[in-house]
Design a protein around this ligand. Structure first.
Ligand SMILES: Nc1ncnc2c1ncn2[C@@H]1O[C@H](COP(=O)(O)OP(=O)(O)OP(=O)(O)O)[C@@H](O)[C@H]1O
Length: 290
């Protein structure tokens, strides 16, 4: 069975659950969800989910609201233990926090009492890096995310886009092999969002991290990713389809959205997703009526 790394060109719809890992060949993937289920009390949020992120691959997960996207990301981060199944990081079963992963959330996780530079180097400080060396590296990273000369600003003195850049530098300065991103740009205005998406792609091209990216936004998922995985509506979420995104790189996320191939992929993926979105919407309406 094709398991993600080399699906055929174009759209590849996979049966649910996507789960036969035995046929996966090649080097161990950065992340492997092996028949993962997550229950919160009697509620089954995720049921028998299997998926992988190859080394250096950019994979997005999309799905209806509340279906379990963040839950899967928390499992990958080691913040949440699966009720069943296993999560492997570069071939090794994960126990505790995923030390190979950096995490970027939707909400700002910057410390308001620290300057941009001081926020960027927080992780290095905890790791015991000498202050001068940490500051030198911190300034390099601020330059890489377009914030040269802004190191002394406090979070309240920066725009949402600038704060997001600081958060990105804060995550990448620790050189994680894997970056877990939970709707990192959803709070930004449309223009800033496009700028940040392009910057993320440039950084990804340079440093080739393995990325698992969660988003509601199908356009964002297609324009950034190598593969897009669709989750079913909750409860008992699991992958229902995956699509290889065969758009050329390097990409400009605004321009790529105008291309015929992008539009074609969008239609194919939306076709696979809309039934689940509708199901989730109807369930939410019923909950509100109860
Ligand atoms: N700690 C928890 N305890 C109980 N239920 C939880 C917990 N965390 C998540 N859930 C439930 O699990 C389901 C999936 O939640 P999750 O946050 O993973 O969904 P999501 O797809 O990321 O949501 P959104 O689209 O709103 O960002 C939801 O019904 C949620 O209420």
């Amino acid at each position: 069975m094709t398991f993600g790394l080399q699906p055929e060109a174009g759209a590849v719809r996979m049966p649910a659950p996507v789960g036969d890992l035995s046929a996966h060949a090649g080097p161990p993937p950065a992340l492997l969800f092996d028949h993962v289920s997550v229950r919160f009390g009697a509620y089954t949020a995720v049921n028998d989910a299997s998926l992988l992120v190859g080394d250096g691959e950019f994979v997005s997960i999309v799905g209806p609201t509340g279906c379990g996207k963040s839950t899967l990301l928390n499992v990958a981060a080691g913040l949440l233990e699966p009720s069943e199944g296993d999560i492997c990081v570069y071939g090794r079963s994960l126990e505790g926090i995923n030390a190979d992963a950096g995490y970027l959330f939707q909400a700002d996780a910057l410390m308001p009492w620290r300057t941009a530079l001081s926020n960027v180097i927080t992780g290095l400080e905890y790791a015991g890096t000498e202050r001068k060396a940490a500051e030198r590296l911190g300034n390099e990273w601020l330059a890489r995310v377009g914030l040269s000369g802004h190191g002394e600003r406090f979070p309240h003195e920066m725009s949402g886009g600038m704060r997001k850049r600081v958060a990105l530098a804060q995550t990448l300065i620790r050189d994680p092999k894997i970056v877990l991103m939970d709707e990192p740009f959803s709070a930004l205005d449309v223009q800033t969002r496009v700028l940040m998406e392009n910057e993320l792609l440039q950084l990804w091209t340079t440093y080739r991290k393995s990325v698992l990216f969660i988003t509601h936004d199908l356009e964002e998922a297609i324009s950034l990713s190598d593969r897009v995985i669709i989750l079913s509506a909750g409860p008992s979420t699991h992958p229902i389809a995956e699509f290889r995104i065969d758009l050329p790189r390097p990409r400009d996320v605004a321009e790529i959205r105008m291309t015929p191939r992008f539009v074609e992929l969008y239609h194919q993926i939306w076709d696979a997703m809309k039934e689940e979105v509708l199901k989730a919407y109807e369930r939410n309406q019923r909950k509100l009526a109860d």
